[in-house]
Design a protein around this ligand. Structure first.
Ligand code: NAI
Ligand code: A1CAB
Length: 268
């Protein structure tokens, strides 16, 4: 099997490295193309992959073609490689908001397509991705796509219409958490901590709380109760958060991102 990466930017190179680490393929069976000078060449020097001359060369060489370019480039690139898409090839796309029907409409009738919504922690193998298969993709195709994504983190197989929710949660979510860390650390500084210590403590608190949910199997509500003593500091903090709209702000943020994802899909 050969895998080609159309776009060797942040996400493309992370997934490429993940596929190699998972030993799905040898470096000599991986192709990369990126018009940005040196992008694919740098991966070739570091990891030993092959550099394609252009997207057509890459499509001809690859059994599995992973679109890791910007969303607005997907249709144009599929038009460019359309005549090379034989029935055995599998297209994977991580482009936000570009639906399987939109991609299918640019490809030969039976083209196998799988759509993925990853997130940036995939760059450090801590990703959380949603995966949805198109009508012509087989169970084996889905298993291959899952294997690539599992090499960089957690994977949930979903229906395509659930990918907007995945985008609004785990796709955009790292940005919400960075904002949370910034706010926690910023206020702790006001309360007397140094900037560095506040950032370290805020970051580890987010990591530790997430790992508690994962490791204990307890619900977030049960874990919250363990922290909250009657008449204590946590209760005072939680009440102030609630009075200032914490939960409703988060719900509004996730909803706005999901709506924007649906809107981008309609426009594509
Ligand atoms: N950054 C994020 O949080 C997430 C990004 N995505 C999706 O991942 C995709 C890639 O995003 P990033 O890696 O963050 O962007 P990036 O800008 O780092 O990478 C995109 C790459 O595509 C290359 N490119 C431009 N024109 C091309 C062409 N004609 N053929 C081949 N390659 C071409 C660019 O030179 C660039 O290196 C996007 O579609 C985005 O929607 C999905 C989930 C999360
Ligand atoms: O902001 C965006 O549109 C992309 C999709 C998910 C994360 N970044």
């Amino acid at each position: 099997m050969t895998i080609g990466f159309i776009g060797c930017g942040r996400m493309g190179s992370a997934l490429l490295e993940g596929a190699l680490n998972a030993k799905m393929v040898q470096a000599s069976e991986v192709w990369g193309y990126d018009p940005f000078p040196g992008a694919a060449e740098a991966l070739s020097e570091r990891l030993g992959i092959q550099v394609a001359q252009d997207n057509r060369d890459l499509a001809a060489q690859s059994d599995l073609i992973l679109l890791a370019c910007k969303p607005y480039q997907v249709v144009e690139i599929l038009q460019e490689i359309k005549d090379l898409l034989t029935e055995d090839k599998l297209i994977l796309s991580i482009a936000a908001g570009i639906t399987i029907p939109t991609m299918q409409s640019q490809c030969p009738d039976k083209t196998k397509i799988i759509r993925i919504m990853p997130n940036t922690p995939s760059l450090i193998t801590q990703g959380a991705s949603g995966i949805a298969a198109g009508a012509h993709a087989t169970e084996q195709d889905l298993a291959q796509a899952c294997k690539i994504m599992k090499s960089v983190g957690l994977v949930e197989v979903v229906d395509e219409d659930q990918l907007d929710a995945v985008t609004s949660l785990s796709g955009s979510g790292p940005a919400y958490i960075y904002t949370l860390i910034e706010s926690l650390a910023g206020q702790a500084q006001q309360e007397g901590l140094s900037a560095d210590a506040a950032l370290r403590l805020a970051t580890q608190t987010v990591i530790g709380a997430g790992k508690m949910v994962e490791a204990t199997g307890m619900s977030p509500a049960e874990l919250r109760n363990q922290v909250t003593s009657p008449g204590g500091t946590t209760l005072a903090g939680l009440e102030a958060l609630s009075a200032n709209g914490f939960e409703s702000s988060i719900k509004a943020g996730v909803h706005a991102a999901a709506e924007r994802s649906r809107e981008i899909a309609r426009e594509s």
